[in-house]
Design a protein around this ligand. Structure first.
Ligand code: CA
Length: 241
């Protein structure tokens, strides 16, 4: 049984009851709030593992709640919307939601999404514990890393290979910097995703693989046979000196 705690913020009593019943049926702990004002203190007190958040609520709307929660905690937020304009706002304005469902939705679909997000968070926690103290935060002091002819100059935000400055996309730079800081440590895809992309990522761990491929094309002598960024099968990547 999964004893993760889910907070539901929903003002329609029938939908709230259905959600509560279905989630409890899956073994989750469920706490609820029925308006926007109540939602924030409930989230702060209960520290849920996942939040299901309706957009149209009395008091504060779901967008505002999402923005505030996102600043305070790294909990996955699944938004429930009733209109297409709301979807545009969730996707376009980056309110920080991890996912959304448009009403009416199937309960089966909702449960599948809840399960997937909770699993993602659990894997991330495990990876962080495994990597332990070896993993450095992305905000450590500016440094220059030299690995033979490869130089990562953080304060200049520059990567030089054989004295040539490489043209890297911002995320490629951040990814390489994160790998270099944690050289010698096997880093899982979810951890990389969380640290380099944060929670607003689109595309999941495929995003990591694609950026690794681009980086290899730029910094490896033979990208098909990498010597710097090694693949850890079924897990992630490791930067070797
Ligand atoms: Ca509503």
């Amino acid at each position: 049984m999964d004893k993760s705690k889910v907070l539901i913020v929903e003002d329609e009593p029938t939908l709230l009851d259905t959600l509560k019943y279905s989630l409890r049926g899956q073994g989750y702990d469920v706490v609820t709030a029925t308006d926007g004002v109540q939602a924030l203190p409930t989230a702060r007190d209960e520290k849920p593992d996942l939040v299901i958040l309706d957009v149209m609520l009395p008091g504060l709307d779901g967008f505002e709640i999402c923005r505030i929660l996102r600043q305070e905690m790294s909990v996955p937020i699944l938004m429930l919307t009733a209109r297409d304009e709301e979807v545009d706002k969730i996707v376009g304005l980056e309110v920080g939601a991890d996912d959304y469902l448009t009403k009416p939705f199937s309960m089966r679909e909702l449960l599948a999404r809840v399960k997937a997000h909770l699993r993602r968070v659990r894997l991330l926690r495990e990876e962080m514990e495994n990597a332990g103290q070896a993993v450095q935060a992305a905000s450590e002091k500016d440094t220059v890393f030299s690995f033979g002819d490869l130089v990562i100059d953080e304060s200049r935000r520059e990567i030089r290979l054989d004295s040539e400055v490489l043209a890297l996309k911002p995320k490629e730079f951040e990814l390489l910097l994160f790998l270099a800081r944690n050289r010698g440590v096997a880093l899982g895809r979810s951890l990389i995703l969380e640290r380099v992309w944060g929670w607003d990522f689109a595309g999941g761990s495929r995003t990591v693989d694609v950026h690794i491929r681009w980086l290899r094309e730029k910094i490896e002598i033979d990208p098909a046979n990498p010597k710097r960024i090694l693949t850890i099968r079924g897990f992630g990547y490791r930067f070797d000196e």
